[in-house]
Design a protein around this ligand. Structure first.
Ligand SMILES: *[C@@H]1O[C@H](CO)[C@@H](O)[C@H](O)[C@H]1NC(C)=O
Ligand SMILES: *[C@@H]1O[C@H](CO)[C@@H](O)[C@H](O)[C@H]1NC(C)=O
Ligand SMILES: *[C@@H]1O[C@H](CO)[C@@H](O)[C@H](O)[C@H]1NC(C)=O
Ligand SMILES: *[C@@H]1O[C@H](CO)[C@@H](O)[C@H](O)[C@H]1NC(C)=O
Ligand SMILES: *[C@@H]1O[C@H](CO)[C@@H](O)[C@H](O)[C@H]1NC(C)=O
Length: 580
């Protein structure tokens, strides 16, 4: 929604308010016509908090506009020079309620004495407003304490807000546009597209692929939930976007781009991706600099993507499978962690200490996709016995055990899965907050919990402690959705986060400039990055809705993946009458 105010501009009246009924009668008399020059003042009452604004002025003559102050810049003008769009200069974008915006506008134009005087109308738009994110908001189901369909819809919108590259006409996020169109490989390969990682704008292939495999897994297991929520087609689009990028990133048999953008360069910039100007170097793994971890994860994402798409779009699915097989073979043949091979890349952010878990996980997904025994053998070869830390972008041991248990029915996998959940359930080794949230790690604590909730729901589908696991998963997801009295999902439920650490939604609408002031501004972010799960409490009672806190209040592709899939699992239980 845009707030519009219309005022009249004239060279003779020093000050005109929107409320004055002068629109039609204001004239530009010859008395103060300085040789076809005009000057007037615009005064807009400011009736709400403003962050970023534009003013559109329509003249009745072609005009050469001159601005005699520093509040604004001419953003654009029409070909006939009758319409001008002005936008605030940096540091003049913030205005407070009950103030006014006054600016003197002058210029030159041409008319003969018999022509009518110059007049103009001006419209002020506060660029704080969202535009129109349309939420279809499926009706709540009485048996659901929280509207799962709405959460699924919003979580998918979160991924849409993370899109990099040329946006399709179907883009539903009005405050996002095309960006990073020059993301190229070392030989100018097209690396546009994919998702920005979190509140920043790096494309990190490892967690991107990890998010896709968790999302695809949720779609495969709980497709009925997406259909019931009216989100199935949106969900296919959601994972297709990064899957296309993962395929682009595979530029030849043993060459895989794993990152675009560099941490420090990227993090120094607070603003929109549409405005980025820093260098965005690409990083790739090769036979000389291998990365079996990232290769295994890309293969897992693509093989899971194949399964999700094989009936929906067989050609796309076949492409995914071909890439998955090649990448997996590359990962097996040249073994190293990408952290070791590319220490200057993701190591500080998404470093990986081993690759067994990804080769186990990638092999298992390829076996599910192809039924070829060799992949099952590879998966088992890299399987690590014992209980697991959890399930995350860097650790897929547990996920692999659940898949291996499913395809082999072997009890040794079940025992490790049960042992891991025994650690995670109350009374185990994982500590709990008094809210009832299991707390594995201070960085994105809710994400670890949500990942485990999702895996528990899948294990329950496979017949492992179904009643107990489902009840536990529901309790953990409900904490994220509001059971502590507040929601941790942006734009959902009661008292949701309004200051997430997320650059693009903290900026006013284009074309207003954006800068560091958007980070520190105390007001809520101008745009709602619907569906983003924030990191969550980092210690007992320790959550603050603070935009500068990237430990507790960042949103990330990785955070939403297991979370969204878990919500799909709960929706599945709801529609099948099994919700605890
Ligand atoms: C506003 O922007 C214009 C164009 O960029 C510039 O000439 C003017 O000096 C600016 N005023 C500032 C920065 O305060
Ligand atoms: C703005 O003015 C109105 C009317 O005087 C007043 O009720 C309101 O509290 C003021 N708002 C602020 C933010 O000062
Ligand atoms: C790593 O690669 C080497 C060379 O291809 C191979 O001999 C070795 O078995 C591999 N190690 C593992 C753990 O796969
Ligand atoms: C897989 O492993 C089994 C058991 O070790 C072996 O008999 C079989 O030949 C292997 N299959 C392939 C395709 O390597
Ligand atoms: C494997 O997964 C499918 C789909 O969830 C399920 O129907 C089947 O029971 C599972 N089998 C085992 C052994 O877990």
């Amino acid at each position: 929604m845009a707030v519009g105010l219309v005022v009249i501009l004239t060279s003779l009246l020093p000050c005109l308010h929107a409320s004055l009924p002068v629109m039609a009668s204001v004239s530009f008399t010859g008395m103060h016509d300085w040789g076809n020059r005009f000057e007037g003042t615009l005064v807009f009452p400011v009736e709400e908090e403003v962050y970023g604004w534009k003013v559109t002025i329509d003249f009745n003559y072609p005009v050469i506009l001159q601005l005699s102050h520093e509040k604004t810049t001419i953003h654009s003008s029409s070909f006939d020079k009758k319409r001008f769009v002005l936008v605030n200069n940096l540091s003049h974008g913030i205005m407070h309620d009950n103030s006014t915006l006054a600016m003197t506008i002058g210029g030159q134009y041409n008319r003969s004495t018999s022509d009518p005087p110059i007049t103009a109308t001006a419209t002020f738009v506060n660029l704080i407003h969202d535009g129109q994110v349309v939420i279809s908001a499926s009706p709540a189901v009485p048996s659901e304490k929280y509207n799962y369909a709405e959460v699924l819809e919003k979580s998918i919108l979160f991924y849409e807000a993370q899109r990099s590259g040329k946006l399709p006409p179907t883009n539903r996020i009005p405050w996002r546009g095309d960006s990073a169109l020059l993301d190229l490989g070392e030989h100018f390969e097209d690396l546009t597209g994919g998702w920005y990682d979190a509140g920043d704008h790096i494309k990190f292939g490892f967690p991107m692929a990890g998010s896709v495999s968790m999302l695809a897994w949720g779609l495969i297991e709980f497709k009925d939930a997406y259909a019931a929520a009216g989100q199935l087609d949106y969900m296919y689009d959601c994972i297709r976007w990064p899957l296309e990028w993962l395929m682009k990133a595979h530029t030849s048999r043993n060459e895989l781009y794993v990152q675009v953008g560099q941490g420090n360069l990227d993090h120094r910039f607070w603003g929109r991706p549409e405005d980025m100007a820093m260098a965005r170097p690409p990083y790739k793994i090769t036979a000389q600099r291998p990365g079996s971890d990232v290769a295994g994860e890309y293969a897992a994402a693509m093989a899971a993507g194949y399964i999700a798409f094989k009936d929906k779009d067989p050609n796309f699915a076949a492409d995914l499978l071909r890439h998955a097989k090649e990448i997996y073979t590359f990962g097996l043949e040249y073994n190293s962690t990408y952290t070791k091979s590319l220490p200057q890349s993701a190591a500080q952010f998404y470093g990986s200490s081993d690759y067994d878990d990804e080769l186990c996980w990638g092999g298992a997904w390829l076996y599910l996709a192809t039924g070829e025994e060799k992949y099952l053998n590879d998966s088992r070869k890299y399987h690590r016995p014992g209980t697991s830390w959890g399930q995350s972008w860097g650790n897929k041991e547990l996920g692999c055990k659940v898949l291996l248990h499913n395809v082999t029915g072997d009890d040794k996998y079940a025992a490790d899965i049960i042992g891991t959940f025994a650690d995670w359930m109350p009374g185990g080794t994982v500590p709990y907050f008094s809210s009832g949230q299991a707390f594995r790690d201070k960085w994105g604590s809710l994400r670890h919990t949500a990942n485990m909730a999702f895996v528990a729901l899948v294990a329950a589908e496979h017949g492992l402690h179904s009643t107990e696991y489902r009840a536990w998963a529901k309790s953990q997801i409900h904490i994220a959705l509001g059971d502590t009295g507040r929601s941790f999902v942006v734009g959902f439920g009661v008292n949701p986060p309004s200051h997430p650490h997320h650059r693009s939604s903290s900026c006013p609408m284009m074309p207003a400039p954006c800068s560091q002031e958007a980070l520190t501004r105390p007001e809520p972010s101008p745009h709602t990055v619907y569906g983003g799960l924030v990191g969550g409490p980092s210690h007992e009672g320790g959550y603050k809705d603070d935009r500068q806190d990237y430990v507790q209040n960042e949103v990330a592709c990785d955070y939403n993946a297991g979370f969204q899939s878990a919500v799909a699992g709960l929706k599945h239980l709801s529609i099948t009458g099994q919700l605890p």
